[in-house]
Unconditional design. Structure first.
Length: 57
């Protein structure tokens, strides 16, 4: 199941720079993850300073 970024996102971009498949991009009010490309690796969650990315399960 792909990761999602919740409203705790502070738009720092740390997750986007570390995503191995490049599926994270800047959205209107927070970063967003393309669920079709996400490989569920958890790298985004491990680098986020506020814990915004979470498994969508």
């Amino acid at each position: 199941m792909a990761y999602i970024i919740n409203d705790d996102c502070i738009s720092c971009g740390a997750c986007a720079g570390e995503c191995p498949v490049g599926c994270i991009s800047e959205g209107d009010s927070k970063y967003v993850i393309d669920a079709d490309q996400c490989i569920d690796c958890g790298t985004c969650q491990s680098v986020c300073p506020v814990g915004a990315p979470n498994s969508a399960e």
